[in-house]
Design a protein around this ligand. Sequence first.
Ligand SMILES: NC(=O)c1ccc[n+]([C@@H]2O[C@H](COP(=O)([O-])OP(=O)(O)OC[C@H]3O[C@@H](n4cnc5c(N)ncnc54)[C@H](O)[C@@H]3O)[C@@H](O)[C@H]2O)c1
Length: 415
Amino acid sequence: MAFNMKQHVNTGVSRKVAGAGRFPAVAVRAVAAQAPPAAVAETKQAYGVFRLSYDTQNEDPSLTRSWKKTIKVAVTGASGNISNHLLFMLASGEVYGKDQPIALQLLGSERSKEALEGVAMELEDSLYPLLREVSIGTDPYEVFGDADWALMIGAKPRGPGMERADLLQQNGEIFQVQGRALNESASRNCKVIVVGNPCNTNALIAMENAPNIPRKNFHALTRLDENRAKCQLALKSGKFYTSISRVAIWGNHSTTQVPDYINARIGGIPATDVIRDMKWFREEFTPKVALRGGALIKKWGRSSAASTAVSVADAIRSLVTPTPPGDCFSTGVISDGNQYGVREGLIFSFPCRSKGDGDYEICDDFIVDEWLRNKIRATEDELQKEKECVSHLIGMMGGSCSLRGVEDTTVPGEN
Ligand SMILES: NC(=O)c1ccc[n+]([C@@H]2O[C@H](COP(=O)([O-])OP(=O)(O)OC[C@H]3O[C@@H](n4cnc5c(N)ncnc54)[C@H](O)[C@@H]3O)[C@@H](O)[C@H]2O)c1
């Protein structure tokens, strides 16, 4: 193979860049031609950091002639369980396309530095031709540099006795820092998908702290919920997954989420005409979807990392490939200007469609009956309360947190 793999030239320095809330970098991708930065903070050896330079003189042009320009994908929580599946899917080309070279920019925490180096080494050993560069670090300002996509998976797990309100606070602070870092460092059109929980409100915090990036570009992952809903409809109807369409998840990625069976289709006809069992729809369908992660962890003792990674891949593909006519995909996006009466300023999951250009629009043709409207109100109220709990992280005046001592609505099996 005509690849010229250069062990990445690393100056062995970490840079301190002006700005608050920084972590020292463990390994920083450095461009050899650049002059060393003025403020050299510390010297560290980098492992697992590399850049593949395609040897255009000696290779077969039929392989790379059609390749697009390399995109930069930043991933946080990169040594965690979900990333352990996702990174290899990204590097293989099955997400962004077989003609799309990528650079992975991986963010870890101080505690996961060594593990992150191990992840980078595994990526190196996997010899993916489309993976042109891997860089690792603990400074979000460095790692998000010029990122076209930011997949924000990293978050701290809930400690013993912690309530959802505590988790909002703890992880909210992480997303405030990382939002500011995106604002300063990422591409101005960076697409952001937040996975770390509570993902809707974390996405809101990141968005509010990144005013230089369009609000529309921030997503919270509800695709796992959509996939679980499709699975239940397929199992109940005995039809294959590919025949299930127009399955929307409304609202929060929590147990107040609303998997929508009213608009769902099986083989192009309403799901309620195929599965003639309204009791099942009303009483069993939603809990089966919302509690699926808990059922899995009981069986296997592990959280749903692999299927979550698949759903992140699906969420990306839905934005970079056109949505089939009449279909939709679910994603948590800013509710500003929505057609369903959901209050503005929330990251709320809606049925969306895309032309495949990375952008999307909220579908405007979904039927909302009284049952659905009431459910939407409940999940909307919860998101508004979550927003008030983190008001101090988004520059909002006067919010107070009313989510203490209430029922825990975190999706079971997740932190
Ligand atoms: N939205 C969804 O559908 C969905 C589904 C499953 C899990 N999740 C959430 O995704 C998150 C990650 O899950 P996981 O199973 O990979 O967890 P994990 O504990 O295996 O990995 C999390 C990683 O994040 C890192 N981390 C912690 N703080 C960080 C920070 N400030 N910056 C960068 N990295 C940091 C940790 O070191 C760890 O490696 C959790 O919050 C989980 O609840 C969301």
